[in-house]
Design a protein around this ligand. Structure first.
Ligand code: ACO
Length: 306
């Protein structure tokens, strides 16, 4: 009994904001942002709903499935358009769906948590789930704060996940939290994102490596078997440090943060779709999906691409 990925889609705002543009209003520079984070530009605009609708529409078309075959919609978002109602029902309505729809908030691990939720829903009787990660982080950024403004951005990614009695594309899942680290990265009601970047960095590398190693072991594969690592896109130095500890060359890691910045729950599907569109993953190859975020939360999964 398992699950199969059936189609993928993304949605990003048209407006490109370069590092040079940010350095016109902030005490920063293109050189600092590129060297310390790997980010060159990001997309800003839209809402969690509008970007989510775009990504979901493309995933549904890519999968070639009918709307009435979708049993459940799970949306990962850290930045819902309103505190209540959840954004998922609004996306559902825009798409023409009336199935159950709910938000999941696990910050930058959100898409992974949504996938795990969808997997559980498929194992308990549902047959087809629409999983979306959609973020409007720019709305919660203090654009005078160079610490956060250079990092966060907007975007969405989505996939269709189907039940399959014969086998599974997801071979293992490892998720966790450490709520004692909750204050390291926060956004209070009516406030803006704030972060202890150095400490988040340090812990991020550790939880990515630990959860990835456990996911590999549970799937019965080694780091050498992995063709593609699809990591959360926060900082290229975090990806490099984690890859080095796992014994995986950077050539096997997907990096799209240079073009999209940190889009939280959307970053893993944005990276995965980019890799797929560039032919970087072929049928029967193994991919390692791994993320971390505020909470702290983390999640790693081993996937066999079908
Ligand atoms: N532009 C120019 N200079 C800057 C900037 C900036 N934007 N930000 C900091 N600096 C300066 C600092 O003031 C400091 O100057 P000093 O040496 O004179 O004191 C110097 O650059 C180095 O600052 P650090 O904070 O040490 O920079 P660091 O290399 O740690 O990079 C960063 C900071 C990019 C935030 C990094 O720590 C990081 O990526 N952390 C993890 C972020 C993350 O993964 N977040 C989780 C996900 S986000 C979510 O869940 C929504």
């Amino acid at each position: 009994m398992g699950v199969r990925f059936k189609g993928w889609g993304t949605g990003v705002p048209e407006r490109v904001v370069t590092n040079d543009e940010l350095s016109q209003t902030l005490d920063t520079s293109d050189e600092w942002i590129r060297e310390r984070t790997g980010i060159r530009e990001r997309r800003i605009g839209g809402s969690a709903k509008s970007l989510g609708v775009e990504a979901a529409g493309k995933a549904i078309a890519d999968a070639g499935v009918s709307l009435d075959s979708i049993d459940f919609l799970v949306l990962a978002t850290t930045t819902p358009d309103r505190l209540t109602p959840a954004t998922a029902p609004m996306i559902a309505a825009e798409l023409g769906l009336s199935c159950p729809a709910m938000d999941v908030n696990a910050a930058c691990s959100g898409f992974m948590y949504a996938l795990r939720t969808a997997q559980g829903l498929l194992e308990t009787g549902n047959r087809r789930i629409l999983v979306i990660g959609s973020e409007n982080l720019s709305r919660w950024v203090d654009w005078n704060d160079r610490n956060m403004a250079v990092l966060l951005a907007d975007g969405a990614g989505a996939c269709i996940l189907d039940y399959d009695a014969e086998g599974s594309d997801i071979l293992s899942f490892v998720l966790g939290t450490d709520g004692t680290a909750a204050d390291l990265l926060t956004c209070e009601h009516g406030g803006f994102f704030e972060m202890d970047g150095k400490e988040v960095f340090r812990r991020a590398v550790r939880v990515v490596v630990d959860s990835a190693e456990e996911a590999l072991e549970r799937a019965g594969v080694t780091a050498q078997d992995i063709s593609l690592v699809v990591p959360h896109q926060a900082n290229v130095r975090i990806i490099q440090a984690a890859a080095q500890r796992l014994g995986i060359e950077m050539e096997r890691c997907v990096v799209v943060l240079d073009r999209y910045g940190n889009t939280s729950s959307s970053s893993i599907p944005l990276a995965l779709v980019d890799a797929r569109d560039h032919g970087r993953i072929r049928p029967d190859e193994y991919a390692l999906l791994t993320g971390f975020g505020a909470g702290m939360t983390w999640a790693s999964a081993v996937v066999r691409w079908s």
